[in-house]
Write a protein that binds this ligand. Structure first.
Ligand code: SF4
Length: 472
């Protein structure tokens, strides 16, 4: 009889990717996933420590599992990810119902650890960071593709040591994967129906440098030739490493999407220096100007931290003015919080929580207006959309009869979510649009998405000469 694994993933896309690999690596042990934590034989929490809230969320979830363990002594409870790497043995001491703590580079050894615990009822901590990436890949089952778009990790770790960031401490130094293995993984995914990949790394711009592999742009160029793949995205880019070669690639590689996530963090040079970001506001703006010349349709998103220690009102005003100047398509904004191991926890003066909250809201308000204006400008345009499936709302409303109303969801190359209908007024609609690129005429702009109507299939759309040229 098969065993059931419940996996709770907290944090970034890297954790989402790791969770998929974990699930796949457990298939040979007879595990299949369950959406019900109560019915699981194995519960894994993949944790994040980038912010205090994420860590609290993990411990609160783990705390609730004690009751399940009391009811079922054979239940195995495992904790992975960044909190596991950082706290190791401490988690076992703090939580007697936890059986396994595995770090960020112990994924390949996870099946063996689970088997050992099931047989011997022992407790294990594995936070060894010496394993190579391909050890993990070799021990993983081939990834199953169940969606149109998939993440593919191309590197792990970070060498940048931004003053507030725990990543280099819990994910280790940068290691890049062999390009041949990346290509092979993507080809496998494409064979299973994937049409879009997002290449993942803490700083993809420095891919391959240390190991003397190919450059990131060379890797992109090779992926660009994979037949059957429609789109390539990547995240995250460090502004200091955004090269002219990569900027030009946005104008020349037809599968590379018109979207770049380029975290600025602060608009104040004084704060950027304290953060150890190694670029200035001016250097960032110069690169963005070059990018907009190379690819005028590009949409740019960012991350902002408010309330970094020592951030004055004048510094914060610099951030607001930069957001207005940049006119980001969207952004993520976070209140600064002290994290263990990082230098900035010792920086003073700390910004009071209420001031951080006020600043966060101000950033959200400024960005909301900009995003609404950018979305409103799309109304009336026809945009190519890679269809990911039925829209979420439809899934909720029509879970019993999912194929009845033709409401679909997908993304533009500039990463806008578009929900659209394909009713009888359109040309003969195929039974399933999933994985196809279609032309949608935009009728309404919403805060976080666009709404439209199917115009024609991409193959019939005369305006569509490659995704990117038609995405403005
Ligand atoms: S570049 Fe800076 S913020 Fe990003 S992962 Fe590395 S240390 Fe953290």
């Amino acid at each position: 009889m098969s065993k059931r694994v419940y996996i709770n993933t907290i944090g970034c896309q890297m954790n989402v990717y790791d969770s998929e690999r974990i699930v796949n690596s457990l298939i040979p042990l007879g595990y299949e996933t369950t959406p019900s934590v109560e019915s699981a034989d194995l519960i894994i929490t993949n944790t994040c420590t980038i912010r205090e809230k994420a860590e609290q969320k993990a411990f609160s979830f783990l705390g609730r599992l004690a009751k399940l363990k009391r009811k079922n002594k054979d239940l195995i409870i495992a904790v992975g990810g960044c909190v596991a790497q950082q706290q190791g043995q401490t988690i076992l001491k703090r939580m007697s119902h936890v059986d396994l703590v595995f770090g960020t580079r112990a994924l390949g050894r996870l099946p063996l650890a689970i088997e050992k615990i099931a047989k011997q009822r022992c407790r294990i901590v594995d936070v060894d960071m010496s394993s190579s990436l391909e050890d993990e890949a070799l021990q993983s089952h081939v990834l199953k593709a169940d969606t149109v778009s998939k993440f593919v990790t191309i590197m792990r770790g970070c060498d940048n040591f931004c003053a507030y960031c725990v990543v280099p401490h819990v994910r280790g130094r940068e290691i890049s994967r062999d390009p041949a293995l990346i290509i092979k993984e993507i080809e496998q995914l494409v064979n299973e129906g994937v049409r879009e990949v997002t290449l993942l790394g803490q700083n993809v711009n420095s891919y391959g440098k240390k190991e003397g592999l190919c450059t990131f742009v060379e890797l992109l160029s090779r992926i660009n030739t994979i037949e059957g793949l429609s789109r390539i995205r990547f995240t995250t880019s460090h502004p200091k490493d955004l090269s002219g070669e990569l900027i030009n690639a946005f104008g020349s590689l037809e599968k590379l999407c018109n979207h770049l996530h380029l975290p600025i963090q602060s608009g104040s040079n004084r704060i950027l220096k304290r953060m150890n970001r190694k670029y200035t506001r001016e250097a960032y703006l110069t690169k963005v100007a070059e990018l907009r010349v190379a690819c005028p349709e590009i949409s740019i998103t960012t991350d902002i931290i408010v309330g970094f220690p020592g951030e004055t009102l004048a510094d914060f005003e610099d951030t607001l003015s930069l957001i207005r100047q940049m006119r980001y398509d969207s952004l993520f904004v976070f209140n600064y919080s002290d994290r263990p191991l990082v230098p900035s926890r010792k920086f003073t003066p700390k910004v009071p929580e209420k001031d951080k909250n006020t600043r966060l809201q101000q950033v959200l308000d400024v960005q909301k207006t900009i995003t609404e204006e950018i979305h409103a400008a799309r109304v009336g345009q026809t945009m190519p959309v890679l269809v990911e499936g039925h829209s979420k709302r439809q899934k909720m409303e029509y879970s019993e009869r999912i194929d009845t109303p033709l409401q679909w969801s997908g993304r533009t190359t500039c990463n806008k979510i578009v929900n659209f209908i394909a009713d009888g007024s359109t040309k003969a609609a195929p039974a399933d649009f999933t994985g196809e690129t279609v032309c949608v005429s935009i009728e309404r702009a919403l805060s976080h998405s666009l709404w439209g109507k199917l115009k024609e299939k991409a193959s019939d759309c005369s305006a569509l000469k490659g995704d990117r040229s038609y995405a403005a």
